[in-house]
Ligand binder design. Sequence first.
Ligand SMILES: NC(=O)c1ccc[n+]([C@@H]2O[C@H](COP(=O)([O-])OP(=O)(O)OC[C@H]3O[C@@H](n4cnc5c(N)ncnc54)[C@H](O)[C@@H]3O)[C@@H](O)[C@H]2O)c1
Length: 248
Amino acid sequence: MRFEGKSVIVTGAASGIGRAVAERFARDGAHVIIGDRNMAGLAETAAMIGASAYAVPLDVADPAACATIVAEAVRRNGGLDILCNIAGVLDMAPLADITVDRWSRMIAINLGGVFFMSQAAMPHLVATRGCIVNMASAAGLVGVPYNAGYVASKHGVVGLTKALALEFARQGVRINALCPGGVNTPLISAPSAPGVDWTQVMRSTGWLDDGANAEPDDIADAVAFLASAEARMITGVAFPVDGGQTAG
Ligand SMILES: NC(=O)c1ccc[n+]([C@@H]2O[C@H](COP(=O)([O-])OP(=O)(O)OC[C@H]3O[C@@H](n4cnc5c(N)ncnc54)[C@H](O)[C@@H]3O)[C@@H](O)[C@H]2O)c1
């Protein structure tokens, strides 16, 4: 129960890693506000967790919606202690096929979403000396072919994490990023897109467990650690959970 009574927001909680993170905080005693644009998945997560979760519709690419979910967390739970920016999309394509719309959507969700959620939450996190955990990726540390937009957005998340960590360190707010390798969620189960050489994309996998993917709970464990008092001296890091993928 290391998060007993804490007020937590988890974005992207309708599926995969976000759902596992929300379940994890609720199990450890937190009041969790869960947000996603997939309302059916969000309702499933809320039903799985029960009374300690409250679902709010959220498109992280919409700054007004980001402000609304933060206000809802503060109104219901009396403040905000922890923000987990998990929502994200993957859209693989060869460079020539990345249209203005595809590029803009990727940057608006994966990078803009983290920015606007953080901006809305920060005054409340300053008040509680709280923390933010951002979901970057191994693709925030190294390149992946056929993923120009995704890699750029996740490198952006790592940069944003470092900049805000320094800007708010003296006010006691910690901001860290997690960089998972492959994780078994719907995000990576889609068939390869036209023109994408999948063998090149998957060329670099982790070393642990013969390159096996992680499970969402493995990532939730790392999020819980970074959000806990045990990590009180850790801020501004991009923390790989990738079985060694980015070590070499
Ligand atoms: N699965 C992996 O291998 C892997 C690896 C590294 C990083 N990540 C990152 O982890 C995060 C979670 O991904 P996942 O693997 O659980 O995928 P997922 O597809 O299972 O979950 C992503 C969730 O984000 C939500 N979402 C997408 N756009 C949104 C928006 N505009 N507003 C609100 N919610 C939105 C989706 O509806 C979905 O519920 C993402 O940021 C992803 O980039 C995943």
